[in-house]
Write a protein that binds this ligand. Structure first.
Ligand SMILES: NC(=O)c1ccc[n+]([C@@H]2O[C@H](COP(=O)([O-])OP(=O)(O)OC[C@H]3O[C@@H](n4cnc5c(N)ncnc54)[C@H](OP(=O)(O)O)[C@@H]3O)[C@@H](O)[C@H]2O)c1
Length: 341
């Protein structure tokens, strides 16, 4: 047990109004709050990096879902990594680096059992929010387990320049996909997919109908679709999937800010004749893959076989803007907020 001089006040983000449609900066407030000193079994962490993730948009609505909604006027939370600055817990010491769930704030006091020690010598701390963390496991499990990927499959992934999508495409290539196709929202991102991540083909979904662009990029159809987007992407993929094709329904970001339910996919009945399997996923169901995932992913990173990008926004005061920017597509790879320089 050890202690050093610790701050008494820190800044934390509150949701002050629920967004109707697109979130705006006025929905959020950065407020000062007392930093609680750790009690028995607890640690105090100085956060170094905060994660902003698309699922947080759902938590801003007052609806029942697989994660509870953010409460108005209370501190928001989410993934974060940082260093322990005070500890009253066995097994975690001042100076240890930890991953935990009390992000959207500078300092976090929490029970030690809700933090996981991570090794900053093995990989940069922020990687535990991305390639070696939740988005990485989502990509790994969603492709290999949920979509039952097998060597020779032709794979299409949407949101392909983002945290999850960029890894899905690269894992598919590393595991022997016959063809990997990605879609993203700018010419720069499309170039990155082919030149940086080794995709065989890529297109900008803003350039024309997804169905037409996908048909051109995948003349022989696709066997696996990894859906981060929903809407017209899912509809196009249903048309392009070969018999017995599989789709992992991972996210539907195209509709997260919609105020009315989407109309499609209008061609769902095609799933019958083609005997398609469309399966939703939640990353938390796949914890059993964690050690295999970390070993394989860290190995690919070490051997230079996997490219990983981050978009780093600096300063806790820019967290809400970073989150809104994520929904707009400002990021390539994982969007993180760096709190200290
Ligand atoms: N089921 C699970 O357990 C699980 C876990 C993690 C993530 N997810 C989901 O996986 C998806 C990707 O998450 P991530 O963390 O990797 O985020 P991300 O892809 O790094 O960032 C979101 C990206 O979505 C794209 N986007 C925004 N609006 C769009 C639209 N209307 N149509 C197409 N693309 C749009 C933007 O890129 P462009 O510039 O290309 O538009 C943006 O960069 C999200 O849907 C998320 O909810 C699910």
């Amino acid at each position: 047990m050890s202690e050093q001089v610790t701050p008494t006040v820190g800044r934390e983000w509150h949701l002050v109004a629920r967004p109707a449609g697109w979130p705006t900066p006025e929905n959020f407030a950065l407020v000062e709050a007392p930093v609680r000193q750790p009690g028995p079994g607890e640690i105090l962490v100085r956060n170094e990096y905060l994660s902003v993730d698309p699922y947080m948009r759902g938590r801003m609505n007052d609806v029942k879902s697989y994660v509870p909604p953010f409460q108005l006027g209370a501190a928001m939370d989410g993934g974060a990594v940082g260093y322990v600055i005070a500890s009253e817990a066995e097994g975690i010491a001042v100076g240890d680096a930890v991953l935990h769930g009390l992000g959207w704030r500078e300092y976090a006091t929490l029970p030690a059992e809700r933090a996981v020690k991570v090794d900053p010598a093995l990989a940069p701390l922020s990687y535990y929010l991305g390639v070696l963390g939740m988005p990485g496991l989502t990509a790994y499990a969603g492709l290999l387990e949920v979509a039952s990927f097998k060597e020779g499959d032709s794979v299409f992934v949407s949101g392909a320049a983002g945290a999850v999508g960029s890894l899905v495409g690269q894992i598919a290539k590393l595991k022997g996909a016959s063809r990997v196709i990605g879609s993203a929202g700018s010419a720069e991102k499309v170039a990155k997919l082919v030149d940086g991540y080794g995709f065989d083909a890529a297109f900008n979904y803003k350039d024309g109908p997804v169905r037409e662009q996908l048909a051109e990029a995948a003349p022989d159809g696709i066997d696996v679709y990894f859906d981060n987007v929903g809407g017209d992407h899912l509809e196009a993929a249903i048309s392009a999937l070969n018999p017995y094709g599989r789709a992992t329904l991972c996210g539907a970001i195209a509709q997260y800010n919609d105020t009315t339910p989407p109309a499609g996919p209008r061609n769902l009945a095609m799933a019958i004749g083609k005997r398609l399997r469309l399966q939703g996923m939640l990353v938390n169901d796949h914890a059993a893959l964690q050690s295999q995932f970390v070993a394989e992913m860290a190995g690919w990173l070490r051997d230079g076989k996997l490219s990983y990008d981050e978009t780093v926004v600096k300063g806790v005061e820019n967290t809400a803007e970073a989150f809104i920017g994520l929904l707009r597509g400002d990021n390539t790879g994982k969007m993180v907020v760096q709190l200290t320089s």
